[in-house]
Write a protein that binds this ligand. Structure first.
Ligand SMILES: [Zn+2]
Length: 154
């Protein structure tokens, strides 16, 4: 019996840091955009009112940080005629000079290279600009459980 209680306490101790880490991931970016955590430093993918894409480098606390020379390319829209976004640096972040295609809820692919010559990491998701009914973010940046359910279905 004593060892069972000990095991439970040990299990809890190991479970708690994991729980904290999950909470960290379910955070929106500083502008309310989607956090891309597959790369270091993490990036925020944010759609402005003008339908431009803003990419911000983030630090450990998901606060805006300096770019480290990551090379980013974004393709958006239906696969038959996707739009390639061009970026230029503006006030410490990357802002697209062209806008996203018309419509809503279409696939987006973000390729991120650590430098001009590195291996690209791809972040692919559906860009749904509707407001999430449960949390205060748009669906593409949603941080509540219902978005995770959606992701699993895809
Ligand atoms: Zn939500």
């Amino acid at each position: 019996m004593k060892s069972l209680i000990f095991n439970l306490v040990t299990a809890l101790a190991f479970a708690l840091p994991g729980f904290a880490a999950d909470k960290h991931e379910a955070k929106a970016g500083p502008n309310g955009g989607r956090v891309i955590s597959a790369v270091e430093p993490h990036l925020e993918f944010f759609v402005t009112k003008e339908r431009k894409v803003e990419i911000t480098a983030l630090d450990e606390a998901l606060k805006p940080a300096k770019f480290t020379g990551q090379v980013i390319a974004v393709t958006a829209g239906e696969r038959s005629k996707p739009t390639k976004l061009e970026f230029k640096e503006e006030g410490g972040k990357l802002v697209s000079s062209n806008t996203l295609p018309e419509g809503n809820d279409y696939p987006v692919s973000v390729s991120i290279k650590p430098a001009a010559s590195g291996k690209a990491v791809y972040e692919k998701f559906n860009l749904n600009l509707e407001k999430c009914p449960t949390c205060k973010f748009q669906e593409y940046a949603c941080i509540c459980e219902h978005a995770k359910e959606d992701d699993k279905k895809k």
